[in-house]
Design a protein around this ligand. Structure first.
Ligand code: SFD
Ligand code: AMP
Length: 622
């Protein structure tokens, strides 16, 4: 076996992940831990300053309710989220985040995040819920607060978490390995909070060949949260609710600022606005088709219908939007100044969060005030914190959660002492960056309360940990054992390299589970065939080989993705209707059905290795 030192870390609360939810959790946990003399440890596969979805920065805070400012109520936000998700949402979870999110935004400002202000000193809104920020360093600022709260001694960076440590139905920590040194980590914890984001590259991406790796969702998040909670035996929810954002084509620049702040339109190749020409289609999806704003998946759907009829390309009419915003200024000198301002805001929107889009504009001589830019639907992603909903099924808060949705501690999974937040927890979409930090704070406070209430020592099976270590490092051994069998290290009859394995997973998902090349369309027959192929892939996962630590990480990333894929396929198959046509279309049951207005949940049983599917009732609080 590869020679790896085992490093053991004992702690009370273990936070796995170092993104937005984890940083919020760290800042909050430090406070409650100090009061109770408890230890908090955080572990991230990368460096917290630039890890996760906010690595490149963001140009907006997408959830600010403005309750005190009298702008909106928590109820308004819940209505918005429920409608956007076509009725499938945990209102208690959404409300719990919404009632605390403003305080998180105020903390960001205290920590140094520049939020745009108007002449009167009020926040500048992008849309009803969104605030404009100078957010290139957003993640650095939030990570700094988390680091200050915990201290670097309690933070492990560049340690990739692979598996939960279990004692029956209780999570007692996690194991992983350093991506820089030959070290195997065993974190023994009273309670564990999962915040390792969502997943990308489960589906074949549009960007291939020289553009491979470019995607909207950050390539570093590879399904670790879903894998961890599934392997722990936690019930999962909304595994079918993937997210397909519409983005500037090829470099994946954001569209929110264009649609909401600049009031831009998108038109097809014939110059038609599909939101108008296809308005009648929305009737089919009522009541949600008729609400304002039109749900994200239905906005996608109307555009996709145009694309399927060969009416592309679809353009964001940047030149028209800039012209419209500047033409109201009567004085020519002032108008020119306004034009310059708008132009620089347009560039900053990209430079704050998707630098590659600015580079693409520069490379293609695109002046947004002169020519429109193409937009397109991305490949599917798993991001429960945005306009998707996949994640673990967690407890709501005692004061507002319906009885069936409360089991002791907010954000606790159905597994004892395991908590989840951000993309890791499901059925509470539209948290975004601010809501994810908020949910991390809520979960951390609850997790510390759990520690205080359960002071006893955990049991550990050291032989089982040794077995886990062997299994996790196996790809390194396989490579060493068989590398001499061929002259090209990537081609060998005895093993499969992680990149090839990933391509195979993506091909299955693309062709059978409704990816880009099948125009997001699937059916019972396709899904069943896809499951059969996934089973073969799972067998071959035992033969993954790694040449070095980096490839070892790639092996495990792809095993994590494969589990996310299986949960997804099983759940789309289970839900016999089409509810989010702009996310995926079930060709064999093309309509929304009343008797499917339920949560579709699933659980992998660690004892039997079998999957179970179940419906859960939707119980609103308003
Ligand atoms: O508009 C392991 N989001 C936006 N939110 C906003 O508020 N405003 C915006 O402007 C946003 N835009 C946006 C957004 C997301 C993306 C991908 C883009 C643009 C391109 C949404 C937020 O970013 C999102 O809601 C939060 O970041 C979610 O927080 P969290 O904590 O659930 O996920 P994370 O921040 O990605 O962090 C994940 C962490 O896990 C680590 N990790 N650690 C150890 N072991 C493993 N195996 C691990 N696997 C992952 C990661 O390193 C990271 O630290 S807009 O365009 O939509
Ligand atoms: P995006 O850049 O698409 O992630 O958008 C940022 C925010 O604006 C998210 O909260 C989106 O749901 C919202 N948004 C984007 N486009 C629209 C639109 N056309 N109508 C309403 N909301 C939108």
């Amino acid at each position: 076996m590869a020679n790896f030192e085992t490093v053991e870390v004992k702690t009370d609360l273990l936070i796995v992940g170092g993104g937005m939810a984890a940083c919020g959790a760290a800042a909050e946990a430090a406070h409650w831990a100090k009061k109770n003399n408890l230890k908090v440890t955080l572990v991230d596969k990368a460096a917290m300053d630039r890890s996760g979805a906010v690595a490149m920065g963001l140009s907006a805070i997408n959830q600010y309710v403005g309750v005190k400012d009298g702008q909106n109520s928590v109820h308004d936000y819940v209505d918005y989220v429920r409608n956007d998700l076509m009725g499938i949402t945990r209102e208690d979870l959404v409300a719990n985040i919404a009632r605390h999110v403003d305080s998180t935004v105020h903390l960001f400002e205290k920590w140094g995040l520049p939020i745009w202000k108007d002449a009167e000193g009020n926040y500048v809104h992008e849309g009803r819920w969104q605030l404009m920020i100078n957010g290139e360093s957003y993640k650095v600022i939030v990570a700094e607060a988390a680091k200050n709260a915990l201290g670097m001694d309690n933070i492990y960076e560049r340690v990739f978490i692979t598996e939960p440590l279990m004692d029956g139905n209780k999570c007692v920590g996690a194991v992983g390995f350093s991506v820089r040194e030959n070290k195997f980590y065993v974190f023994k914890a009273k309670t564990t909070l999962v915040a390792m984001g969502g997943a990308v590259h489960v589906f074949k991406p549009r960007s291939s060949g020289e553009g491979l790796g470019r995607s909207w969702y950050p390539p570093f998040n590879s399904g670790a949260s879903a894998y961890f909670t599934l392997k722990a035996g936690a019930e999962m929810t909304c595994q079918e609710v993937r997210f397909i954002p519409v983005r500037f084509k090829d470099a994946y620049g954001p569209v929110g600022a264009w649609f909401l702040l600049f009031k831009s339109r998108a038109t097809n190749g014939l110059g038609e606005n599909y939101m108008q020409t296809r308005r009648d289609e929305l009737e089919k999806w009522k009541p949600y088709g008729l609400v304002k704003p039109v749900p994200a998946n239905l906005r996608n759907w109307l555009m996709m219908l145009d694309v399927m009829e060969g009416k592309g390309p679809i353009f964001m009419r940047t030149e028209e939007a800039i012209e419209n915003l500047s033409k109201g200024v009567p004085d020519e000198k002032e108008r020119k100044k306004k034009l310059k301002e708008l132009e620089s805001e347009a560039w900053e929107d990209f430079l704050d969060m998707t630098i590659s889009q600015a580079i693409l504009w520069a490379a293609t001589n695109t002046a947004p005030e002169e020519k429109p830019s193409e937009i397109a639907a991305c490949e599917p992603y798993f991001i429960g914190s945005h306009s998707g909903a996949s994640g673990a099924w967690v407890s709501g808060p005692e004061d507002i959660a319906p009885k069936d949705y409360f089991w002791g501690y907010p954000c606790m999974c159905t597994v004892e002492s395991l908590f989840a937040a951000g993309d890791a927890s499901g059925a509470s979409s539209h948290k975004f960056s601010s809501g994810s930090v908020t949910e991390g704070r809520i979960a951390a406070k609850a997790a510390i309360a759990y520690c205080v209430d359960h002071p006893g020592e955990n049991k550990y099976d050291n032989a089982a940990i040794e077995e886990l270590k062997k299994r996790i490092l196996l790809p390194l051994d396989l490579y060493e054992e068989h590398k001499a069998a061929s002259s090209d290290p990537d081609v060998n009859p005895n093993y499969i390299k992680p990149k090839m394995f990933m391509f195979r997973l993506q091909k299955i998902m693309d062709e059978y589970a409704g990816g880009v090349s099948t125009q997001f369309t699937t059916s019972k027959h396709l899904l069943k065939k896809g499951l059969e192929l996934l089973a073969f892939l799972k067998e071959d996962a035992e033969k993954l080989a790694a040449q070095d630590l980096h490839e070892l990480m790639r092996c495990w990333e792809n095993i994590h993705r494969m589990w996310q894929a299986e949960a997804h396929v099983r759940t789309i198959l289970f839900r016999e209707e089409t509810r989010w046509p702009g996310y995926y279309f079930r060709a064999d049951c093309p309509e929304m059905k009343d008797d499917w207005k339920v949560f579709a949940n699933c659980r992998w049983d660690p004892a039997s290795g079998e999957w179970g599917m179940m419906k859960r009732e939707i119980i609103g609080i308003y």
